[in-house]
Design a protein around this ligand. Structure first.
Ligand code: ADP
Ligand code: MG
Length: 329
């Protein structure tokens, strides 16, 4: 049975539940809590033999080269013990810990990434993923990324005088959400020119889709909410949907295009009954709420995918899987 690593942080339920299902299926799984390095990391690394580097996982000290597959889930901010009081010292311990664990895994791991860290980072760029979605033929709403005021105003008129505006970058400290703006409501040129943003044709309706894709598998949850951004709804209705075969194939192609093994896409059904509109992909998006709130089971099939992928997948010669760069051409 393969040995699977999950790089994550303490309290990540996704990692814990997927690990549970891997163990239920007879697999071995090691949870590497990147945020625990300052208290419990056990890191030892010789650059001449990175694959023999050791670190502490939840099931004891492991050699990184022994893992067959690594789920690159998330790298939490290291938790520095309270006894380190000086702010600068805390920052140093945190940075050292984070770069050491990430560097160790990136240089010493020899198996299959789900997904490659470089591909993950690249795919997180909204412009990169939009481009890839257009390329694989997903139904992307009319979209403009711009800070040119005339262009933005013209685009708004073209899509009916009302459009969605949303950030280019995933906000970290400021909770920026997608919103609707009208031609009259657009701010002055000085504001529009200040930074680029995404402007998009508004896809109406209360139904939202969250499609979890790995390999050729697409598991699709539905979210019914009157809020445009359903994450602001404290009580959305969750269910399960079948996604049409054409969109499913294109979602799989999107992962390939971006060099990802998995992707969690947001879509909206089209009022014209055609294929749904694709809005974005989250390379490591949340999916557990779907099964927790009455939607499709996702964690167990994903664990099964990881086991199957680890057992059958062959990493390229020399170890690391190179991230495929989206060409956009
Ligand atoms: N063009 C659009 N038409 C209608 N709703 C949209 C549109 N774009 C985004 N939304 C809503 O806003 C939410 C957030 O936008 P999304 O593109 O998923 O970016 P992010 O999740 O990174 O903020 C979507 O899940 C959807 O509910
Ligand atoms: Mg989203």
């Amino acid at each position: 049975m393969p040995h699977i690593g999950i790089l994550t942080q303490v309290g990540d339920l996704h990692a814990e539940l997927v690990a549970y299902w891997i163990k239920q299926a007879g697999g071995r799984v090691s949870l590497i809590y990147a945020d625990r390095v300052p208290t419990d990391g056990g890191i030892s690394f010789d650059p001449a033999h990175p694959e023999s580097a050791r670190l502490r996982a939840d099931d004891g000290v492991i050699a990184i080269g022994d893992l067959d597959l690594m789920w690159w889930r998330r790298v939490g901010k290291p938790r520095v013990p309270e006894r380190v009081r000086d702010a600068a010292a805390r920052e140093v311990v945190s940075n050292e810990s984070r770069d050491a664990v990430v560097g160790l895994v990136r240089s010493g791991f020899r198996g299959i990434w789900v997904s490659d860290p470089d591909a993950t980072r690249s795919a997180e760029f909204k412009l990169v993923q939009l481009c890839a979605a257009v390329k694989v033929g997903l139904r992307v709403p009319a979209t403009l990324v711009s800070q040119v005021p005339d262009e933005i105003r013209n685009f708004c008129e073209r899509v009916g005088g009302r459009m969605v505006t949303k950030p280019v970058a995933s906000p970290i400290d400021v909770p920026l959400r997608a919103g609707v703006v009208t031609s009259e409501g657009l701010p002055g040129d000085d504001v529009l020119a200040l930074s680029p943003a995404i402007y998009q044709e508004l896809v109406p309706g209360e139904d939202h889709l969250r499609a979890c894709t790995w390999g050729s598998t697409v598991i699709c949850g539905t979210v019914k909410s009157p809020m445009m951004d359903w994450r602001t709804d404290s009580n959305p209705t969750i269910g399960t949907a079948e996604i049409d075969a054409d969109t499913a194939a294109r979602l799989a192609a999107l992962n390939v295009e971006l060099g990802l093994e998995m992707g969690i896409s947001d879509l909206k059904p089209a009022a014209d009954g055609g294929v749904p509109y694709w809005l974005e992909v989250n390379p490591q998006g949340q999916f557990l709420f779907l099964e927790g709130l009455g939607g499709p089971e996702v964690a167990k099939p994903f664990a099964e995918f990881l086991l199957a992928r680890a057992a059958t997948g062959t990493p390229p010669a020399g170890g690391r899987r190179p991230a495929s760069r989206s060409g956009c051409g």
